[in-house]
Design a protein around this ligand. Structure first.
Ligand code: SAH
Length: 493
């Protein structure tokens, strides 16, 4: 068996957007990923599903795996012939023991690479509006650990640090914060030297305290600042208020649960995160194509009997055309049909198969689609979920328009990690609902839960009506688009 390799990858400080492209590529190719406590959940979710994942940040006893053992794990996995990624917070070579981990590999002739990461030492101050250097204030920056080796005393040459007149950045310094400040004051640094602590930097729950060297330990304690946090001492800290862009993002720190199916929640989650929200992807439904679908096949077999073909979600066209192809037919089989799509995304799916929709309602939901179809000539073929809204069938029955309601796919309700979501629901998060089925999936996943504290931001009146049935206070997006849903969320605050 051939010997594997190890890539040390810097995961950055937490914001998944700060993982480098090279790091992401290495992660995607990994067969084994050995990761630390400081690597955020969004980055962990990028690991390949079938990769072996080894968490060395904590064990059952809650103690981290000792360093010598981590070194051994990397060696063992490489000797098994695996492509190993060692994923570390920030940059692996900056207070990350990256060097120590490479020594054993080097001794054993294992090939390795290092992918630098965005270090917290520079990026966390940046997200707090602190440029670590500025020509008007300083000409150097110094990065110092506030953590002593086990059993040893904290040995920092405070006098030398003071003389640099540069910006001082302390990592791992929360516990030693009083000692650090006292050391600098004793070395003669002015008590009113601006200083800051930033906790959980670059993440939606980032918090910062800006004060003076003299008062920082007290202010940080009052604010209950905990690790991981970065301490910055220097005049550049005065810029923090005017340059703070991150705290001013419109959804900064807001908790938002996104219930869309996993394959379609990416762009919404990404857009909300970019606005500063703390986003929890909670895909409690998924769509499943039916393996056998005699009903759909039958309908396709006599397409000429219909006048209209209707798709109510972007999932429908792909399934329809797959079955059409099975019968060795193509878009020409639709020559005699008019086609309706519930919205532009569905219409765009149709276009992939060379078909333009004849009708897309102005507001993209079933009610408006029904209204727009009130005077069509039947029969109508509805190609949609087995549990679709009743707006269209109801209208067709009222108007005496013949129709067939054919299930293209089923909605499967499922609920991953509902414990953490339960806590968010109790403390009052925003939950996005893009269809009545997402409401049902959400509610079913959280039995015996009081939903009165959350706000359900919904697409479509029917979705909102479903949410209200379970006591969820709702807001309705003006239009059935992601942009409008985001505007609706912004409006809650
Ligand atoms: N190699 C890492 C540092 C590891 S030492 C890097 O380059 O960033 C761990 C320390 O990094 C923590 O104690 C804290 O001081 C700092 N740190 C890492 N991520 C942080 C974050 N998101 N917010 C604040 N401090 C962070």
């Amino acid at each position: 068996m051939s010997v594997g390799s190890v890539i040390l990858v810097g995961a950055g400080p937490g914001d998944p957007g700060l993982l480098t492209r090279k790091g992401l590529e290495a992660l995607r190719q990994a067969e084994v990923v050995v990761f630390d406590r400081l690597v955020g959940p969004d980055i962990l979710s990028l690991m390949p599903e079938n990769a072996e994942k080894i968490d060395v940040g904590k064990q059952a006893s809650n103690h981290p795996v000792p360093q010598y053992r981590i070194n051994q794990i990397l060696l063992e996995k490489a000797l098994e012939g695996k492509r190993v990624v060692r994923l570390k917070g920030g940059d692996p070579f900056l207070f990350g023991r990256g060097g120590e981990e490479l020594e054993l590999l080097k001794e054993n002739g294992i090939s390795f690479e290092e992918v630098p990461g965005v270090t917290s030492a520079l990026s966390v101050p940046a997200y707090a509006g602190i440029p670590v250097t500025h020509r008007d204030y300083c000409s150097s920056v110094h990065i110092i650990t506030g953590h002593a080796k086990a059993g040893a005393e904290l040995k920092i040459d405070f006098d030398a640090l003071r003389r640099t007149n540069g910006t001082l950045v302390f990592l791992m310094g929360v516990t030693a914060l009083p000692l650090i400040c006292k050391g600098l004051l004793d070395a003669g640094m002015a008590g009113d030297m601006p200083a800051a602590v930033i906790e959980r930097g670059t993440l939606p729950r980032q918090r910062k305290v800006v004060s003076t060297l003299e008062k920082l330990p007290q202010t940080a304690q009052e604010a209950n600042i905990v690790s991981p946090a970065i301490i910055v001492v220097g005049r550049v800290c005065t810029l923090s208020d005017s340059f703070d862009w991150f705290d001013h993002l419109p959804l900064k720190g807001r908790e938002i649960i996104v219930t869309r199916p996993a394959e379609r929640n990416g762009s919404l989650c990404g857009k909300l995160s970019a606005l500063g929200a703390s986003v929890t992807a909670y895909p409690c439904i998924r769509t499943a194509e039916r393996a056998d679908n005699p009903e759909l096949e039958g309908a396709i077999g006599k397409l000429n009997d219909y006048r209209w073909l209707v798709f109510t979600s972007p999932v429908g066209p792909g399934i329809f055309f797959k079955h059409l192809r099975k019968q060795h037919k193509d878009a020409r089989a639709l020559w005699n049909l008019k086609i309706a799509a519930i919205g532009p995304k569905t219409a765009a799916e149709l276009e992939k198969f060379g078909v333009f929709a004849d009708l897309v309602p102005e507001t993209y939901d079933s009610d408006h689609l029904a209204q727009a179809m009130a005077h069509v000539e039947g029969p109508v073929l509805l190609c949609r979920a087995s549990e679709g809204s009743d707006a269209l069938p109801k209208l067709f029955m009222e108007k005496g328009i013949p129709f067939a309601d054919v299930a293209c796919y089923d909605t499967i309700y499922e609920a991953p990690n509902s414990d953490s979501v339960k806590e968010l629901v109790q403390s009052g998060a925003i939950v996005t609902f893009t269809s009545a089925s997402t409401v049902r999936g959400f509610v079913r996943s959280l039995p015996d839960t009081d939903f009165s504290k959350i706000v359900g931001c919904c697409i479509g009146r029917q979705t909102a009506a479903e949410a209200e049935k379970y006591g969820i206070p709702v807001r309705i997006a003006e239009k059935a688009t992601m942009e409008s849903l985001i505007a609706c969320i912004k409006g809650v605050y």
